[in-house]
Design a protein around this ligand. Structure first.
Ligand SMILES: Cc1cc2nc3c(=O)[nH]c(=O)nc-3n(C[C@H](O)[C@H](O)[C@H](O)COP(=O)(O)OP(=O)(O)OC[C@H]3O[C@@H](n4cnc5c(N)ncnc54)[C@H](O)[C@@H]3O)c2cc1C
Length: 352
C-alpha cells in the first residue's frame, strides 16, 4: 500500500493532523491501538485562558484560544457533532490567599478574570464561605464525542489501521518510509508517551505527568459553568454527567487509578456540594508533558522524513489543533513552526 503520510496515534494530536491533511487532499494512514486510558480519552477538555494559583495568562493565548474555538467548530460541523462548547469558570475561593490573588487580578483590568456580582447565586448547590469570581471565556472540547466520530470517518475512508505500531518493522530511507507492506513519504509520531521510547525522539526532554479524574452523576447541577475549588467540576456531553479532577503528579509508579485520589476527591465533593452525587467511573493516565512545558513539533534534523507532534502536557485540547495546522503548513508550504514549539531547538541533542 502507498500513502503520503503515516501518522502514529489518534489522540487529539493525530486527529487534528489527519484532519488538516485531509482538508489538503493528501493521502494518509493513521495507526492507532485504541488504548483505553490515553490522556485524550480521559481529559476534561478544558480550554482555559489563565492557569495556576496566580491566574497567569496561558502561553500564546491570543492565537491559540480563538484558533481552537474555530477548529473544533469546523471539525464538528464536518462530523455533524458539537465538538466544543463555550462556558465560564466559577472560581470558588478555597482560602483567603486565593481570594486576594483573584481580586488583585481583577483590579489590574485582566481580560479574562472578572468579579461575579451575584455572590449568593450558587447557594443551593455549593458550600462556599469566601465567595467566588468568574473566568471567561472558557471552552470545553468534547473529545469523548470527537475522537470516536473522527475514527469512524477514518475507518470508512480506509485511513485507519487499528493495531499496535511495531517499531521493529519500520525502515527509513532518505525519501521513503517502509512499514510492513506500507510505503510512505513521511511518518509523524502523535503517539503521546510512547514517543518517550522512540529511537528518533527519545532524547527530547519529556517529563510524564500522572493525572486522575472521576466521572460523577450530579443530576441537580446546572451544566452552563465549570466549577472550581481546588478541583474542577466540568460538564460532560452526556446529560447529568460531570468530570471531576484532576491530580497532577510527577512522581508515580504506574498509570493506574489510586484509592487515595478517589477517597480524597469524594471527601472534597461531600464538603463542597449540597446536592446528591454518584461516582460512575475513575480515570487515570499519563500526560505527555515536557520539562520546559512547551510542545515538540517538527521533523528530525537527520532523519528528515520522521516527524513529531507531541509534548502537549496539560494543554493538548488547545495546543494540538493549533500546532497540527502549523505542522501541516510547514510540511506542505514550508511555513515556519513557532520557535518555542519547534524541535529545531533540540537540533544538537537530536543529532547525537
Ligand atoms: C486526567 C487528565 C486530564 C486532562 N485534562 C485536560 C484538559 O482539561 N484540557 C487540556 O487541554 N488537556 C488536558 N489533559 C492533557 C491532554 O489530555 C493531553 O495533552 C492530550 O490528550 C495529548 O494528546 P496526544 O494526542 O498528543 O496524545 P495521546 O492522547 O496520548 O494520544 C496518543 C494516541 O496514540 C496511541 N498510541 C500510543 N502508542 C501507540 C502504539 N505503539 N501503537 C499504536 N497506537 C499508539 C494511543 O492509543 C493514543 O490514541 C489532561 C490529561 C489528563 C491525564
Amino acid at each position: 500500500m502507498q500513502t503520503e503520510y503515516l501518522i502514529i496515534g489518534q489522540g487529539v494530536s493525530g486527529t487534528f493532523l489527519s484532519y488538516y491533511l485531509k482538508r489538503e487532499n493528501k493521502s494518509f494512514l493513521v495507526i492507532d491501538n485504541n488504548y483505553w486510558n490515553s490522556p485524550s480519552k480521559i481529559a476534561a477538555g478544558i480550554i482555559n485562558p489563565v492557569t495556576g494559583r496566580r491566574l497567569v495568562t496561558v502561553w500564546m493565548v491570543e492565537e491559540v484560544l480563538p484558533f481552537a474555538w474555530k477548529a473544533y467548530q469546523e471539525i464538528g460541523h464536518e462530523l455533524g457533532i458539537t465538538a466544543i462548547s463555550q462556558k465560564t469558570i466559577i472560581d470558588f475561593f478555597p482560602n483567603p490567599f486565593m481570594r486576594e490573588s483573584f481580586l488583585q487580578k481583577i483590579e489590574t483590568g485582566d481580560k479574562y478574570v472578572h468579579a461575579f456580582p451575584e455572590q449568593n447565586h450558587f447557594n443551593a448547590f455549593f458550600n462556599y464561605e469566601l465567595g467566588c469570581g468568574e473566568i471567561r471565556p472558557v471552552y470545553t472540547a468534547h473529545l469523548e464525542m470527537l475522537l470516536p466520530a473522527w475514527r469512524r470517518l477514518l475507518q470508512e475512508g480506509n485511513n485507519l489501521l487499528e493495531e499496535d505500531f511495531d517499531r521493529t518493522q519500520l525502515m527509513l530511507e532518505a525519501d521513503k518510509v517502509y512499514y510492513k507492506d506500507i510505503t510512505a513519504k513521511k511518518i509523524i509520531f502523535c503517539d503521546g508517551t510512547s514517543s518517550f521510547e522512540n529511537p528518533f525522539f527519545k532524547q527530547l526532554p519529556f517529563a510524564p505527568n500522572k493525572g486522575e479524574a472521576l466521572v460523577v452523576r450530579i443530576p441537580d447541577l446546572p451544566d452552563n459553568h465549570i466549577y472550581k475549588k481546588g478541583m474542577m467540576i466540568v460538564p460532560m456531553a452526556e446529560k447529568d454527567l460531570f468530570w471531576v479532577g484532576a491530580s497532577y503528579v510527577w512522581d508515580f509508579d504506574n498509570a493506574d487509578p489510586t484509592s487515595a485520589f478517589r477517597e480524597n476527591t469524594e471527601q472534597l465533593l461531600k464538603q463542597w456540594l449540597k446536592i446528591p452525587f454518584e461516582i460512575i467511573e475513575h480515570r487515570s493516565g499519563l500526560r505527555p508533558a515536557t520539562l520546559e512545558r512547551r510542545p515538540f513539533v517538527g521533523f528530525h534534523p537527520v532523519h528528515t522524513n520522521a516527524g513529531i507532534l507531541n509534548g502537549m502536557g496539560t494543554k493538548g485540547c488547545s495546543l494540538a489543533p493549533y500546532f497540527a495546522k502549523q505542522l501541516t503548513d510547514h510540511l506542505l508550504y514550508e511555513e515556519p513552526i513557532a520557535e518555542d514549539a519547534g524541535i529545531g531547538r533540540f537540533k544538537k541533542i537530536l543529532m547525537r
